[in-house]
Design a protein around this ligand. Structure first.
Ligand SMILES: Cc1cc2nc3c(=O)[nH]c(=O)nc-3n(C[C@H](O)[C@H](O)[C@H](O)COP(=O)(O)OP(=O)(O)OC[C@H]3O[C@@H](n4cnc5c(N)ncnc54)[C@H](O)[C@@H]3O)c2cc1C
Length: 451
């Protein structure tokens, strides 16, 4: 094992003992692609990052980056070049007076949120444990209470980053503002290594809770037509979503886990409000939800730890291929597709998510420019060692709905022309890239397909 040192980082060259462990360990999903970086640098400090970028520049190599490795497309695992893994950079600071925090990119959103909540504060981190803030914030970030607080990237007020020359720089509204603009939404297409985010934080909502309803799949059309009606008017403090799968979030002994188990729909309304009274008022529309539920759990207060655990039920460690789309299509256009999705639903943990995003306010000026009424996401998951019936399911279903898509979330690699930001934002991003990374030191998004 050649465990050479770049500053204090651990560095592996292809062929070294430990290289394969480092490559696979940089990913959350267990299906590791057949792509092999020349070197993997596990950074322990900002100096490690500057040294790694300078060494890559001197060697004429390209750089890819990961923080928590939760990219569904394994965007950072590329052939050749240097992979800089930032998962060990996890420090943070909180200032309750200015309502700001700073955090290194490798910290898990759930970990950061727990620290903020101890201090009576809140930030819209992602819904699952392990999703690091690095990739999540760069690509937009749809988090807890995100409809009220905006895409998480809109609450990034500054970044510290390592540029294409290996120098540490700061970007804010007044210093390198174009790099802050780019960092807020360009996701895996960003050209720099963010080593610290400066965040605007919020007061912790006094009431955090959820209500849940489980339906048989024969209620699907009724449910979709109901969401068509109420979705755009759901108050911003409420996140209305449903998951369709053959594996409802029941305790393991009760949970069916086979390809022949019936598909069920789990509808949830999560609410973060100033009081229980306000939460009840905000979710009053739920009394009008389709009848005939198998299980109905009324609005209950819930600790965030339980909210994360509930979200994690559908995301065990497994092989995954994911795909997604934004859409404002109505029930008439969506139903034929949803029927096909139900008919072809693979065994658990594969599932489909419907999120009623229904944006409330216009976006600030930033690269993140694509959002819509509804976010649909297909998670083709299959357990390690089992047949991969789910491997094409997500991509095939999303591709079949391409005509209804107004864009995608960047974490995936759809393998077809897709836009994660608007055409106008893209032109601006390319102009900024040309001036900040003229030699193309940083990798492009893996899903880039010529339009
Ligand atoms: C189980 C699960 C649940 C999820 N839930 C949500 C959710 O609720 N809401 C949501 O919005 N998204 C969610 N996602 C998607 C997630 O936000 C993205 O996959 C995101 O990229 C993960 O961040 P990461 O740092 O872990 O990823 P990584 O794989 O480390 O990063 C993704 C890409 O971002 C870039 N990048 C990462 N860090 C840096 C950095 N410091 N500097 C420069 N570039 C960098 C790189 O190009 C990298 O390839 C989820 C993903 C998973 C697997």
């Amino acid at each position: 094992m050649a465990n050479s040192a770049v500053a204090r980082a651990t560095t592996y060259t292809r062929g070294d003992d430990g290289y394969e462990h480092a490559r696979q360990g940089s990913l959350w999903r267990t299906n590791t692609p057949d792509r092999f970086p020349d070197r993997i640098v596990e950074a322990n400090s900002v100096e490690d990052v500057t040294a790694a970028v300078r060494a890559a520049k001197a060697a004429g190599q390209q750089v890819s980056v990961c923080s928590g490795g939760h990219s569904w497309s394994a965007n950072h695992v590329r052939d050749g070049g240097v992979l800089i893994n930032l998962s060990r950079l996890r420090s943070f600071t909180v200032d309750p007076i200015t309502m700001t925090a700073t955090a290194e990119p490798g910290i898990g959103g759930s970990v950061l949120l727990a620290e903020l909540m101890k201090r009576g504060l809140f930030f819209p981190v992602g819904h699952c444990r392990g999703v690091a803030i690095g990739g999540y914030l760069l690509q937009g970030g749809f988090g807890w209470n995100g409809r009220a607080l905006g895409p998480a990237c809109s609450n990034v007020i500054a970044i510290d980053y390592v540029d294409a020359n290996g120098d540490v720089r700061h970007a804010s509204e007044t210093e390198n503002p174009d790099m802050l603009w780019a960092a807020r939404g360009s996701g895996p297409d960003f050209f720099g290594v963010v080593v610290r985010f400066h965040l605007r934080v919020f007061p912790k909502p006094r009431f955090i809770g959820s209500s849940a309803t489980v339906y048989r799949v024969d209620r699907l059309e009724e449910l979709v037509r109901w969401i068509d009606r109420v979705g755009p008017h759901v108050p911003p403090e409420v996140e209305l979503q449903f998951v369709m799968s053959r594996s409802p979030s029941l305790p393991p002994p009760l949970r069916p886990r086979s390809a022949s188990s019936p598909v069920v729909i789990e509808l949830a309304a999560t609410v973060m409000a100033p009081s229980r009274f306000a939460a009840r008022a905000a979710t009053a529309f739920m009394s009008d939800a389709p009848k005939g539920a198998k299980i109905r759990v009324p609005l209950l207060p819930m600790p965030m730890s339980l909210m994360f655990s509930a979200a994690m039920q559908h995301y065990p460690e497994a092989n995954w291929e994911a795909d997604n789309l934004w859409t404002h299509a109505g029930a008439d256009e969506l139903m034929p597709h949803l029927r096909r999705i139900v008919e072809t639903m693979p065994a658990p943990p594969a599932h489909m998510l419907w999120l009623n995003w229904a944006p409330q306010a216009s976006l600030p000026d930033m690269a993140f420019t694509v959002q819509d009424l509804t976010y649909l996401s297909f998670y083709g998951g299959w357990l390690k060692g089992t047949a991969s019936a789910a491997s094409r399911w997500a991509h095939d279903n999303a591709a079949a709905m391409q005509a209804l898509s107004t864009g995608i979330q960047f974490a995936d690699d759809p393998g077809r022309p897709s836009r994660g930001i608007s055409e106008e934002a893209r032109s601006r991003l390319e102009a900024i890239r040309a001036s900040h990374d003229p030699e193309g030191r940083f990798r492009r998004w893996i899903g880039e397909v010529p339009q």
